[in-house]
Write a protein that binds this ligand. Structure first.
Ligand SMILES: Nc1ncnc2c1ncn2[C@@H]1O[C@H](COP(=O)(O)OP(=O)(O)OP(=O)(O)O)[C@@H](O)[C@H]1O
Ligand SMILES: [Mg+2]
Length: 379
């Protein structure tokens, strides 16, 4: 197996290997079991908990790679059905490329409508797919062909659609029903639907009125345990001739309720700040936190500038309180000089929908802890 050495072992934003992936042993096993038993899975959790990472980790397991063809399709950036089909077709083709099987070579034979994009690489002579969204003339036909192709494989195909809730925003009607019908007809292809918009996902998969109702196992994702993070962080520091105090790991973990992205970001920074043969101690935490925030400032400014005035005002009010409750009360409105309870109500909805604000059992907080800190210090 190829070994990849990384400069900073607390990897953020991509999956490298087992080595840099903390725990998720049971979750990986659970997912694998569902796939092995022919069940589709909806993987739902709040943002940045590790859904996409878990899918990549599952796919990296030899016990999954060997018996299955695995495909990953991130539909986050799609806004219409043709775009979905474009990405789906492209993902299948691209991810199959390294496998030189008879089935891989049949791609254009079955997915006839994508033949327009068939080219030969001028250097290697290998087939390549060069299409644009405009080439998807009949999305339904291409969809039918892609499913026909998956079903013609010499092994079971596993397809993960990440940020699947995005399909509910497409202007075309009945896409959920259409996909459900296609998926139901599959005899040997399996699907994982991942999503972070919990209300949209649970509506899709748990509401009797919706096409996907009762068709899939719903799986949540909790934070990785502190115990696992202690072992993971200690090992990675020590493998790089550094040490980290148990207290520091606990402080990081507790500050972010164990949410993976935040923990990884902080450990990445603390690792960078610790010299070789040195020890990372809890007094380094505030500096590490500031360093992480300052790297994100441009993004935060942009995010804030893109918000309408009333949402901005409400966001700042919530940031000031940390965990805000009774936000439509006269007292809250007065305390933060907001226009009215109804304007708070109206501004809250889009802030929740875009995951900027999170409802924690009736308390509202800014979802991104670093963003909250920056807002508080800057205004
Ligand atoms: N088990 C893990 N060990 C180490 N790092 C992880 C683990 N799981 C995820 N990560 C890292 O944490 C970050 C967040 O994970 P990921 O992107 O998988 O979350 P997500 O739930 O898909 O988030 P989103 O809802 O925003 O799509 C990523 O940078 C990823 O590399
Ligand atoms: Mg994700």
């Amino acid at each position: 197996m190829e070994t990849i050495t990384v400069v900073n072992p607390f990897v953020v934003g991509k999956y490298i290997s087992d080595e840099y992936f903390c725990d998720r042993v049971q979750e990986t096993e659970f997912l694998k079991k569902q796939i092995d038993n022919g069940r589709n899975v909806a993987l739902v959790s709040s943002r940045r908990m590790g859904k996409s990472g878990l899918i990549h980790h599952l796919y990296a397991q030899p016990s999954v790679q060997e018996p299955y063809y695995c495909f990953y399709v991130d539909v986050y950036a799609t806004s219409s059905f043709p775009e979905f089909i474009y990405l789906f077709g492209k993902a299948i083709f691209e991810q199959l490329k390294p496998r030189k099987t008879v089935w891989a070579e049949r791609f254009f034979e079955i997915v006839r409508s994508l033949r327009v994009g068939f080219k030969l690489d001028t250097q290697t002579g290998a087939p390549i797919l060069e299409i644009s969204i405009g080439d998807i003339y009949s999305p339904q036909t291409t969809l039918d062909e892609i499913f026909e192709y998956l079903e013609a494989a010499d092994r079971t195909c596993v397809v993960a659609f990440d940020e699947f809730q995005q399909i509910t925003n497409y202007p075309e009607k009945n896409i959920e029903a259409l996909l459900r019908t296609k998926i139901q007809q599959c005899k040997q292809s399996q699907f994982i639907f991942a999503g972070s918009k919990c209300h949209l996902m649970s509506n899709m998969f748990s509401s009797p009125a919706k096409p996907f109702y009762q068709s899939t196992i719903i799986m949540g994702l909790d934070p990785i345990s502190l115990f696992s993070y202690l072992e993971f962080a200690t090992r990675l520091f020590s493998e790089h001739q550094k040490r980290i105090d148990k207290d520091t790991i606990e402080k990081v973990y507790d500050s972010f309720d164990g949410c993976t992205w935040f923990v990884q970001m902080m450990l990445n920074e603390l690792f960078a700040m610790t010299p070789v043969n040195g020890t990372c101690t809890v007094d380094m935490y505030p500096q590490a936190f500031d360093n992480v925030v300052s790297r994100q400032v441009m993004g935060y400014m942009e995010q804030l500038n893109n918000l309408p005035a009333k949402q901005k005002q409400l966001l700042l009010a919530i940031a000031k309180e940390g965990r805000a409750s009774s936000i439509t009360s006269a007292a809250f409105v007065k305390r933060h000089k907001l226009p009215s309870a109804s304007s708070v109500q109206a501004a809250l909805k889009p802030l929740l929908q875009s995951d900027i604000v999170k409802n924690d059992n009736g308390h509202y907080r800014i979802y991104d802890y670093f963003f909250a800190h920056w807002l508080n210090n800057s205004f």
